[in-house]
Design a protein around this ligand. Structure first.
Ligand code: NAP
Length: 320
């Protein structure tokens, strides 16, 4: 594995470019810079305000809205904008990338992201692509909300394909492990199926429930907010996530999400029937099973990370 030595420090890359300096891009930038994993870190964004915030936070070396300047001499490029922007960015940079550049991303949907990137960046122009998805995040956006420990103890899924090489997979693995993540490898198709179940469907249900409750007639908005601790609050945290990012996820993992929605509707109707026909035993059995799943999540240390606990404690204090 090729590394760059600067003084006593072993570096993973000479020049890294992060596209999109939001929550995830800035959290990765903080890790790369604080741990001195790259010699030069460039960040590119179309949002001038976010570029300025990133500069004020001093999380990179180069801040630019010029793709050519960002890409120039980069030996790793990380796509961290919403996924629907990937294709155009890949096209815009395709004539400036250097031979052997490693291209990776943090997109929450992998088949679409890789298809868009690999239309323009692939073996034919000397780009090596390794898809990635750090399964970590919060409902906040923007560089001011990123932080170094966001990835700690979480999983990063890599989805290599025919445009990847063993060397590139190793280096991207090392990059995420340096951010304290655990790394798993799977196909893009399998990734999208798993994420549709554990992330996309629950998120969609949260958007739907919060929308339904907010639109109910005969309820005061003030009352819904005041008594929100009864379950609604946890859904509002999820439904408070970035609209652009989630719109892109549902539109780009369409078929898998649609299949799960169908299954969810059937299970919801079954619960409705249980209530209507006083089938308490059936409900109890389901709730026992779901209780066990909650315990398994806690045992796997995938329950609320520290930063989410802090947000919940703050909210509870505000309610007292
Ligand atoms: P974010 O905080 O909203 O940051 C995205 C940044 O990219 C913003 O500064 C945005 O500017 C900029 N951007 C948008 N379109 C662009 C374009 N065409 N060219 C250059 N910059 C552009 O988003 P995020 O939460 O970090 O999410 C970024 C990626 O991470 C997404 O692909 C998402 O699927 C993935 N991801 C997110 C999470 C999570 O929980 N948030 C977790 C894992 C993976 P504007 O604000 O002006 O649009």
């Amino acid at each position: 594995m090729r590394k760059f030595i600067k003084g006593e420090i072993t570096m993973l890359f000479n020049k890294a470019l992060i596209l999109g300096i939001g929550l995830i891009g800035s959290s990765l930038a903080r890790n790369l810079k604080e741990k001195k994993l790259v010699k030069t870190l460039a960040v590119y964004d179309k949002n001038q305000e976010n570029l300025k915030k990133a500069k004020d936070l001093d999380i990179a070396d180069i801040y630019t809205d010029n793709i050519k300047e960002g890409v120039s001499e980069a030996d790793v490029i990380i796509f961290a904008t919403p996924v629907c922007a990937f294709g155009k960015l890949a096209k815009d940079m395709s004539s400036y990338v250097k031979e052997g550049v490693i291209i990776t991303d943090v997109g929450s949907v992998k088949q679409y992201s890789l298809r868009e990137i690999e239309k323009y960046l692939n073996k034919n122009n000397g780009s090596i692509v390794v898809g990635g998805h750090p399964v970590a995040g919060t409902e906040k956006s923007g560089p001011e909300n990123g932080f170094t420990s966001l990835f700690k103890g979480r999983w990063c899924i890599l989805t290599p394909d025919e445009n990847s090489t063993e060397e590139a997979i190793k280096r991207i693995t090392e990059m995420w492990e340096s951010c304290n993540m655990k790394v798993d490898i799977m196909t893009a198709t399998h990734h999208d199926k798993v994420m549709a179940a554990v992330s996309h469907l629950p998120q969609l249900i949260a958007y739907s429930i919060v929308g339904t409750v907010a639109d109910l007639e005969g309820y005061e908005h003030k009352e819904i907010i005041k008594y929100s601790a009864g379950g609604f609050r946890d859904f509002t945290r999820i439904a408070g996530s970035d609209p652009t990012m989630w719109r892109d996820i549902f539109l780009t993992n369409k078929q898998t999400v649609l299949e799960l929605i169908q299954r969810f509707i059937e299970d919801l109707v079954a619960l409705e029937r249980n209530i209507r026909w006083d089938e308490g035993d059936k409900m109890f059995d389901l709730f026992k099973r779901t209780q066990k799943i909650r315990k398994d999540v806690i045992e796997a240390k995938q329950d609320q990370p520290e930063h989410e606990k802090r947000i919940m404690e703050e909210l509870q204090k505000q309610q007292v």
